[in-house]
Design a protein around this ligand. Sequence first.
Ligand SMILES: Cc1cc2nc3c(=O)[nH]c(=O)nc-3n(C[C@H](O)[C@H](O)[C@H](O)COP(=O)(O)OP(=O)(O)OC[C@H]3O[C@@H](n4cnc5c(N)ncnc54)[C@H](O)[C@@H]3O)c2cc1C
Length: 396
Amino acid sequence: MIRRLEVDVAIIGGGLVGSSAALALRGMGFSVALLDKGFCGAQASGVNYGGVRRQGRPIEQLPLSQRAHAVWPRLRALIGIDGEFLRSGHLKLARDEADMASLEAYAEAVAEQGLDLELIGHNGLRERFGWIGAGVVGASFCPGDGHANPRLVATGFAAAARRAGVEVLENTAVEGVTRDGEGFALEAAGNLSLRSRFVINSAGAWAAPFAESFGEPVPLSRIYPSMVVTEPMEQVMSVNIGMEGGGIYTRQVERGNIVVGGERALPLNDPDFSRPRGDGAIAIMNNAAALFPGLRHAQAIRFWSGTEGAMPDKNPVVGPSGTTPGLIHAFGFTGAGFQIAPGVGEVLAEIVRGGETQTPIAAFSIGRFSKISARTGAGSGAGQNQEPHYRGELRP
Ligand SMILES: Cc1cc2nc3c(=O)[nH]c(=O)nc-3n(C[C@H](O)[C@H](O)[C@H](O)COP(=O)(O)OP(=O)(O)OC[C@H]3O[C@@H](n4cnc5c(N)ncnc54)[C@H](O)[C@@H]3O)c2cc1C
């Protein structure tokens, strides 16, 4: 038996991006269906490191990141839980003078963006963060950044959306989307036939085929960041830590466990899934212990990885389709979508409501790739879209 449903907005993907958009749209009075092929928040949004950090982002992401920054302290009012969000500050370490120069240049470039970065020299670091070992020459501190528990936050947004009246449809993979008259027709698992005026493509690492089917091929690839967590330790690590130029990143949760990220896992035969490399987990812990002597004898109790959609220019795609009115994309957050997602959700809802947003998102337009595909001839646009494409309408 076919189940039929009609809503204003259909959202493909119940990660933090889709769930926060669903909640924001419902708050504006739209009827919304949030569809996930598995469980909401079970992919990248629920298994990530938990860094809630603006520091280090490309400058064009900062207005959107600042918008999200305003949402995080309001989580309890918004979704009923605080998601263990802690505004601990984010400390980015420099291993040598070149790293320090790079941190100084970044602080200067973003001076007007409201991050309030503080550059800390070698002695200041010893005084304030004595638990950091030798081999670090300085750091940049962003006091307003922090960390949170991704397992609570991602599902918390979906649960709040459901309570607000969103049709949350889990284990309901979207199998096809076509433009249909003034709106869209979606076919989904479980014989669900859904009609909507708008579609949001927030399918994370799985978003590219939906974009391509509307004539918008994107160079979305997959990355598999790797994480380790230790047994509970004495509380020492008061801030969320990153490293200039990459390496490990680490935070300590209230219960004492220390989460350390770094390295990349390997995809399994089914590239939807991955497994951390054993030597990767050892490398993460060795690198962490070299920086933080207190970790030398820590027991790692678990390691894991997740599947994340990545773009070659490290910026996501956020904004209206360039070919199809009513279609809006939001994917490709390249390892940094957790902090920014609640702001993206608000922006997506504004685009549905009025066709635009006050937050600058031009840098994230999907149109930046259509130029490439026009040159290479990639992506004919053939696919699930049965209707003529609405080309040339690239809204800001
Ligand atoms: C291990 C790891 C560590 C990370 N650490 C951080 C960090 O510290 N800070 C930070 O800011 N970011 C971090 N990130 C990145 C961040 O987690 C992601 O950018 C963000 O969660 C992306 O959210 P999303 O909603 O776009 O994607 P997802 O959470 O992946 O959600 C997409 C959803 O779409 C669903 N879907 C796919 N296809 C279909 C379909 N056909 N029909 C219906 N549903 C479908 C999937 O099931 C999935 O639930 C990390 C990522 C990983 C993997």
